[in-house]
Design a protein around this ligand. Structure first.
Ligand code: HEC
Length: 79
């Protein structure tokens, strides 16, 4: 019984942390250029969304909810 609870806890933990804005940012936005270009910029959430849209034209493959999480993360950290 104890093991099942521990396992459940680990799954919640893994799924809870896997797709946060910061994790998505580091996995999606560091392939063509460094993360520095983004981390140095100050933009609002809407501006980040349109930046990410432009990245899609360059070849970025991203889902809508991922765009939203990354935009939220980047906007919050540049406040
Ligand atoms: C397929 C390659 C590719 C991926 C993946 C990519 N970028 Fe870019 N990025 C580019 C290119 C090419 C430029 C330079 C041309 C331009 O600015 O549109 C650029 C420029 C930038 C700039 C500097 C210009 C500006 O608007 O301030 C930022 C910031 C940026 N990218 C953020 C991101 C973020 C955030 C992600 C992840 C969601 C990302 N990039 C993923 C190709 C990519």
């Amino acid at each position: 019984m104890k093991h099942i609870i521990l396992l459940l806890f680990m799954f919640t933990f893994m799924y809870g942390t896997k797709e946060t804005g910061i994790n998505l940012f580091y996995s999606k936005c560091s392939t063509c250029h460094g993360t520095k270009v983004s981390l140095e910029k100050v933009k609002t959430e809407e501006q980040w969304k349109s930046t990410i849209k432009r990245m899609e034209k360059h070849g970025l493959n991203i889902k809508k909810y991922e765009t939203e999480k990354i935009a939220e993360f980047l906007a919050e950290r540049s406040q």
